[in-house]
Write a protein that binds this ligand. Sequence first.
Ligand code: NAD
Length: 505
Amino acid sequence: MEANLLQSQSYISPRVYGHFIDGVLSDPAHDLIDRHSPVNGSLLARFSAGTSEDVDEAVTAAVRAFHREDWANLTGAARAKLLNKFADLIADHAEHLVRLEAEEASKAMKMSAHELTMVVEMTRFAASLALTAKGEAHTQLGPDALGLVTKEPCGVVGLIVPWNFPLVCLFQKLPYALAAGCTVVIKPSELTSSTTLEIARLGAKAGIPAGVINVVTGKGSVVGEALTGHPDVSMISFTGSTAVGRRIGAKCGESIKRVALELGGKGANIVFADADLDAALDGILFGFVFNQGEVCAAGARLIIEDSIADEFVSKLAERAKRVNVGNPTDEQADMSALIHEEHMNKVLAYVAEGEKEGAVLICGGQRLRGQEYDDGYFVAPTILTEVTMEMRVFQEEIFGPVLCVTRFKSQEEAILLANLTEYGLANGVWSKDIDRILLTARRLRSGTVFANTYLEAAVQLPQGGVKQSGFGRENGLDALHEYMETKQTYVKLGTRRPILAHTIG
Ligand code: NAD
């Protein structure tokens, strides 16, 4: 099988890929999708534009693998061993994967390296869940009855992933689905498919049987639609925009498929006057410039206590101006270019719209120019103050390095403001008063609340959204259960009369 896989080719630019189906990386299709660097316009990679026939082939392979003896029926210990081997191989290839991810998704290398560490951790954590997963025995149903509650893999799962965290978003799903005993067909973003294909190759090398992991590249409107509508796919786990999530949810409803949706966000950091303000400055800055703000859980809004607002915001702007914006391969870079030109224009249009609506631009707000920047889609860290809840920049996901600042006078008002968007993915609260933190956290309508930090992640903690940010949880034990059906087995013990005779007497 190894001979069919790309090995050294992925080091060459442009890389040209086929799909990964049934353990084999196919020859590239005639119809290719080009990925140009958002930093300098060079051609990085060419991905095959998949068709519904490709999806059908991948799903057929996944169905076959699901019913073979060498995957879903393995012991948890055997699957855990394979997942740990998979994690070892990913770690061994870290340098290469970090570089591909940084280039295609336009990530500062140091962030990309951190993300790869998380990917390895998630795989090892999922392996531990495969090893320890268990059901329940109910022994209080009478002397002659026993109830068993067991978890079973739900079947073939379609994993649809966005461009901003190609590997992290994938690994918040893939190792858990594998640990559960499912087989998968992955649809990566057409902008950032290389690392997904390379990962599939490493899975095969780790000994994960052919057909368990399949990848079909291409457009959402073709490949994503075919996967979502395929009758042999039992579940779709989607991460992406709320607009596409809504469509996928509706389509899954039509065919009664399980679905998990990780969607957009508009996170707010509430900073109370009694917070450690130096730490808060770091956290707020990181929250909106990390990954150039292309983060679903970004701290895109600052809700700040009126009495400290002027000084805090002016210090924040000073720090924002010192953020190192550069090429992903520059080890000093804190953030890089936006994903493509159209997206950059959308981000800048939001800023202009905010100003028109009355917000005050105090830093950034423009495309960066100069030798290093001229060929890329770089936008400086941007802060808008005097933002009010009616403004579009307060309500809508901008998905760029833009912070919207709103003041509050009471705790009640701060909570109200934070909850006032349709999203509910993540929020933050900064204070030295633990009562204030916990009382505020309890009332924030989001799947995650960070306290005195922002965007720190731990694999043990489940994450996901409420409201228009979606439903379903990734990471933690919940992630394993997303991919499992719960079954009860009610057992009568001993020789008994038939139920009907017994009931009638
Ligand atoms: P997107 O919704 O445009 O695309 C996501 C994926 O869905 C891509 O692979 C795309 O090709 C595919 N797709 C598009 N149309 C489809 C269709 N009709 N049927 C099936 N699949 C389809 O999102 P994006 O622009 O790639 O990513 C940015 C969005 O993702 C932002 O809104 C961001 O908030 C969200 N996101 C959410 C999380 C989270 O955990 N909640 C994490 C990262 C990104």
